[in-house]
Design a protein around this ligand. Structure first.
Ligand SMILES: Cc1cc2nc3c(=O)[nH]c(=O)nc-3n(C[C@H](O)[C@H](O)[C@H](O)COP(=O)(O)O)c2cc1C
Length: 227
Protein backbone atom coordinates (compact mmCIF):
# COMPACT_ATOMS: atom_id res chain seq x y z
CA UNK A 1 0.00 0.00 0.00
CA UNK A 2 1.04 3.62 -0.42
CA UNK A 3 -0.31 6.88 0.94
CA UNK A 4 0.71 10.51 1.30
CA UNK A 5 0.09 11.70 4.87
CA UNK A 6 -2.44 14.51 4.98
CA UNK A 7 -3.03 14.18 1.24
CA UNK A 8 -4.34 10.70 0.42
CA UNK A 9 -6.06 8.33 2.90
CA UNK A 10 -4.16 5.25 4.12
CA UNK A 11 -7.40 3.28 3.95
CA UNK A 12 -6.45 1.06 6.90
CA UNK A 13 -8.59 0.61 10.03
CA UNK A 14 -5.80 2.10 12.17
CA UNK A 15 -3.30 4.80 11.23
CA UNK A 16 0.00 2.96 10.62
CA UNK A 17 2.40 5.89 11.01
CA UNK A 18 3.35 5.59 14.68
CA UNK A 19 3.78 1.84 14.24
CA UNK A 20 6.53 2.21 11.64
CA UNK A 21 9.32 3.82 13.67
CA UNK A 22 9.51 1.33 16.51
CA UNK A 23 10.38 0.57 19.21
CA UNK A 24 10.63 4.08 20.63
CA UNK A 25 12.36 4.59 23.98
CA UNK A 26 10.30 6.45 26.51
CA UNK A 27 11.36 9.80 27.89
CA UNK A 28 9.72 9.80 31.30
CA UNK A 29 10.13 13.52 31.91
CA UNK A 30 9.88 15.23 35.28
CA UNK A 31 9.65 18.99 35.60
CA UNK A 32 8.58 21.73 38.01
CA UNK A 33 6.46 24.69 37.03
CA UNK A 34 7.08 28.29 38.07
CA UNK A 35 4.72 27.84 41.05
CA UNK A 36 6.68 24.78 42.27
CA UNK A 37 4.19 22.09 41.13
CA UNK A 38 5.80 18.74 40.29
CA UNK A 39 5.03 17.17 36.92
CA UNK A 40 5.83 13.79 35.39
CA UNK A 41 4.81 12.51 31.94
CA UNK A 42 5.95 9.92 29.38
CA UNK A 43 7.14 10.96 25.91
CA UNK A 44 7.90 8.23 23.37
CA UNK A 45 8.88 10.81 20.79
CA UNK A 46 12.15 10.96 22.68
CA UNK A 47 15.80 10.34 21.83
CA UNK A 48 19.36 11.10 22.67
CA UNK A 49 20.75 13.48 20.06
CA UNK A 50 24.49 13.37 20.70
CA UNK A 51 26.91 12.25 23.41
CA UNK A 52 29.73 14.81 23.85
CA UNK A 53 28.23 16.74 25.48
CA UNK A 54 25.20 14.49 25.91
CA UNK A 55 21.98 16.04 24.63
CA UNK A 56 18.47 14.57 24.65
CA UNK A 57 15.15 15.71 23.21
CA UNK A 58 11.46 15.06 23.69
CA UNK A 59 8.69 16.07 21.36
CA UNK A 60 5.45 17.30 22.90
CA UNK A 61 2.37 17.60 20.77
CA UNK A 62 -0.39 19.92 22.00
CA UNK A 63 -2.95 18.58 24.48
CA UNK A 64 -6.51 17.67 23.54
CA UNK A 65 -7.53 21.34 23.93
CA UNK A 66 -4.69 22.55 21.68
CA UNK A 67 -2.58 23.88 24.58
CA UNK A 68 1.14 23.40 25.16
CA UNK A 69 1.85 20.40 27.35
CA UNK A 70 3.06 21.00 30.90
CA UNK A 71 6.43 19.27 30.38
CA UNK A 72 7.41 21.52 27.46
CA UNK A 73 6.15 24.68 29.14
CA UNK A 74 7.83 23.87 32.45
CA UNK A 75 11.16 23.00 30.82
CA UNK A 76 11.11 26.32 28.98
CA UNK A 77 10.01 28.38 31.99
CA UNK A 78 12.42 26.88 34.53
CA UNK A 79 15.24 25.82 32.20
CA UNK A 80 15.39 22.29 33.61
CA UNK A 81 14.00 18.77 33.24
CA UNK A 82 14.89 15.23 34.27
CA UNK A 83 14.74 12.06 32.18
CA UNK A 84 13.87 8.87 34.05
CA UNK A 85 14.25 5.42 32.50
CA UNK A 86 10.88 3.68 32.12
CA UNK A 87 11.08 -0.06 32.72
CA UNK A 88 8.72 -2.99 32.34
CA UNK A 89 8.36 -3.15 36.14
CA UNK A 90 7.22 0.50 36.15
CA UNK A 91 4.85 0.18 33.17
CA UNK A 92 1.62 0.79 35.12
CA UNK A 93 3.05 3.92 36.74
CA UNK A 94 4.27 5.16 33.36
CA UNK A 95 0.80 4.71 31.96
CA UNK A 96 -0.87 6.52 34.87
CA UNK A 97 1.39 9.53 34.34
CA UNK A 98 0.23 9.75 30.72
CA UNK A 99 -3.20 11.04 31.73
CA UNK A 100 -3.98 14.62 30.72
CA UNK A 101 -4.25 16.41 34.06
CA UNK A 102 -4.20 20.02 35.30
CA UNK A 103 -0.73 21.39 36.18
CA UNK A 104 -1.41 21.40 39.92
CA UNK A 105 -1.87 17.61 40.01
CA UNK A 106 1.34 15.87 41.04
CA UNK A 107 1.73 12.74 38.86
CA UNK A 108 4.39 11.31 41.21
CA UNK A 109 1.73 11.09 43.94
CA UNK A 110 -0.96 9.97 41.53
CA UNK A 111 1.17 7.03 40.35
CA UNK A 112 2.43 6.18 43.86
CA UNK A 113 6.04 7.05 42.98
CA UNK A 114 8.76 8.32 45.29
CA UNK A 115 10.53 11.62 44.65
CA UNK A 116 14.32 11.62 44.85
CA UNK A 117 16.01 15.04 44.88
CA UNK A 118 18.28 15.89 41.98
CA UNK A 119 21.75 17.36 42.58
CA UNK A 120 22.04 20.11 39.97
CA UNK A 121 18.43 20.83 38.98
CA UNK A 122 15.15 21.30 40.85
CA UNK A 123 12.87 18.73 39.15
CA UNK A 124 12.70 15.51 41.17
CA UNK A 125 13.84 12.10 39.98
CA UNK A 126 11.69 8.96 40.07
CA UNK A 127 13.38 7.00 42.87
CA UNK A 128 12.01 3.67 41.55
CA UNK A 129 13.62 4.26 38.13
CA UNK A 130 17.13 2.77 37.75
CA UNK A 131 18.63 5.57 35.62
CA UNK A 132 18.00 9.30 35.50
CA UNK A 133 19.52 12.26 33.63
CA UNK A 134 19.43 15.77 35.06
CA UNK A 135 19.03 18.12 32.10
CA UNK A 136 19.43 21.83 31.45
CA UNK A 137 17.08 23.23 28.82
CA UNK A 138 18.75 24.29 25.55
CA UNK A 139 16.03 25.27 23.09
CA UNK A 140 12.70 24.33 21.51
CA UNK A 141 11.96 23.68 17.86
CA UNK A 142 8.29 24.35 17.26
CA UNK A 143 6.68 22.63 14.29
CA UNK A 144 3.25 23.82 13.25
CA UNK A 145 0.70 21.04 12.79
CA UNK A 146 -2.94 20.22 12.38
CA UNK A 147 -5.09 21.47 15.29
CA UNK A 148 -5.77 20.61 18.01
CA UNK A 149 -2.84 18.24 18.72
CA UNK A 150 -0.62 18.27 15.64
CA UNK A 151 1.81 21.08 16.46
CA UNK A 152 4.95 19.79 18.15
CA UNK A 153 7.30 21.43 20.64
CA UNK A 154 10.60 19.56 20.36
CA UNK A 155 12.52 20.34 23.54
CA UNK A 156 16.29 19.84 23.70
CA UNK A 157 18.32 19.65 26.89
CA UNK A 158 21.96 19.04 27.84
CA UNK A 159 22.53 16.20 30.28
CA UNK A 160 24.49 17.69 33.19
CA UNK A 161 24.25 14.77 35.64
CA UNK A 162 23.71 11.02 35.26
CA UNK A 163 22.44 8.74 38.03
CA UNK A 164 22.76 4.97 37.58
CA UNK A 165 21.67 2.66 40.40
CA UNK A 166 24.51 0.39 41.49
CA UNK A 167 22.42 -2.72 40.86
CA UNK A 168 21.65 -1.53 37.32
CA UNK A 169 25.26 -2.39 36.39
CA UNK A 170 26.49 -5.90 35.72
CA UNK A 171 29.81 -7.37 36.88
CA UNK A 172 31.59 -5.87 33.83
CA UNK A 173 30.38 -2.36 34.73
CA UNK A 174 27.93 -2.31 31.83
CA UNK A 175 24.28 -1.40 32.09
CA UNK A 176 22.40 -4.62 32.69
CA UNK A 177 19.66 -4.01 30.13
CA UNK A 178 18.30 -7.53 30.15
CA UNK A 179 17.64 -7.19 33.87
CA UNK A 180 16.29 -3.62 33.68
CA UNK A 181 13.95 -4.40 30.78
CA UNK A 182 13.67 -0.83 29.44
CA UNK A 183 10.13 -0.12 28.24
CA UNK A 184 9.47 1.05 24.69
CA UNK A 185 6.48 2.18 22.67
CA UNK A 186 5.26 0.47 19.58
CA UNK A 187 2.32 1.91 17.68
CA UNK A 188 -1.36 1.49 18.46
CA UNK A 189 -1.71 0.60 22.15
CA UNK A 190 1.29 -1.73 22.00
CA UNK A 191 4.48 -1.71 24.03
CA UNK A 192 7.57 -3.86 24.18
CA UNK A 193 10.68 -4.12 26.37
CA UNK A 194 14.28 -5.10 25.79
CA UNK A 195 14.64 -8.84 26.37
CA UNK A 196 17.50 -9.74 24.04
CA UNK A 197 20.80 -8.34 22.82
CA UNK A 198 23.42 -9.07 20.16
CA UNK A 199 26.56 -7.29 19.04
CA UNK A 200 27.92 -5.98 15.73
CA UNK A 201 31.05 -3.94 15.03
CA UNK A 202 31.27 -1.52 12.08
CA UNK A 203 33.89 -2.96 9.71
CA UNK A 204 37.11 -1.13 8.78
CA UNK A 205 38.89 -1.08 12.14
CA UNK A 206 38.67 2.72 12.50
CA UNK A 207 39.16 3.27 16.24
CA UNK A 208 37.57 6.73 16.24
CA UNK A 209 34.50 5.40 14.44
CA UNK A 210 34.20 2.57 16.94
CA UNK A 211 34.66 5.00 19.85
CA UNK A 212 31.78 7.02 18.42
CA UNK A 213 29.70 3.87 18.12
CA UNK A 214 30.43 3.07 21.75
CA UNK A 215 29.74 6.70 22.66
CA UNK A 216 33.09 7.25 24.39
CA UNK A 217 34.52 10.78 23.99
CA UNK A 218 37.74 9.71 25.76
CA UNK A 219 38.43 6.84 23.35
CA UNK A 220 37.41 8.99 20.35
CA UNK A 221 39.85 11.71 21.37
CA UNK A 222 42.64 9.20 22.02
CA UNK A 223 42.04 7.56 18.64
CA UNK A 224 42.06 10.92 16.85
CA UNK A 225 45.31 11.93 18.60
CA UNK A 226 46.94 8.63 17.55
CA UNK A 227 45.89 9.04 13.90
C1 LIG B 1 3.97 5.72 26.77
C2 LIG B 1 3.45 7.06 26.39
C3 LIG B 1 4.16 7.83 25.48
C4 LIG B 1 3.73 9.11 25.14
N1 LIG B 1 4.45 9.83 24.23
C5 LIG B 1 4.07 11.10 23.92
C6 LIG B 1 4.85 11.88 23.03
O1 LIG B 1 5.88 11.47 22.52
N2 LIG B 1 4.43 13.15 22.76
C7 LIG B 1 3.32 13.67 23.33
O2 LIG B 1 2.99 14.82 23.07
N3 LIG B 1 2.56 12.95 24.19
C8 LIG B 1 2.91 11.69 24.51
N4 LIG B 1 2.17 10.94 25.39
C9 LIG B 1 1.02 11.59 26.05
C10 LIG B 1 1.49 12.48 27.21
O3 LIG B 1 2.20 11.71 28.17
C11 LIG B 1 0.26 13.12 27.87
O4 LIG B 1 -0.30 14.05 26.96
C12 LIG B 1 0.56 13.80 29.18
O5 LIG B 1 -0.65 14.22 29.76
C13 LIG B 1 1.45 15.01 29.01
O6 LIG B 1 1.66 15.53 30.29
P1 LIG B 1 2.17 16.98 30.57
O7 LIG B 1 1.15 17.96 30.03
O8 LIG B 1 2.22 17.00 32.07
O9 LIG B 1 3.51 17.15 29.93
C14 LIG B 1 2.54 9.64 25.73
C15 LIG B 1 1.82 8.87 26.64
C16 LIG B 1 2.26 7.59 26.96
C17 LIG B 1 1.47 6.78 27.95
Amino acid sequence: MYYEPGVTPHGLPYDPFKSCVIPRPIGWISTIDAAGNHNLAPYSQFQNVTFDPPIVMFSANQDSQGRRKDSARNAEQTGQFVWNMATYALREAVNITGEELPPEIDEFDRAGLTKAPSRLVRPMRVAESPIQFECVYLNTLRFPGVAPMGAADVVFGRVVAVHIADDALDERGMIDVLRLKPLARMGYFDYTYVDNRFQMIIPGGNRAVLAGLEGSPEKANAATRRA
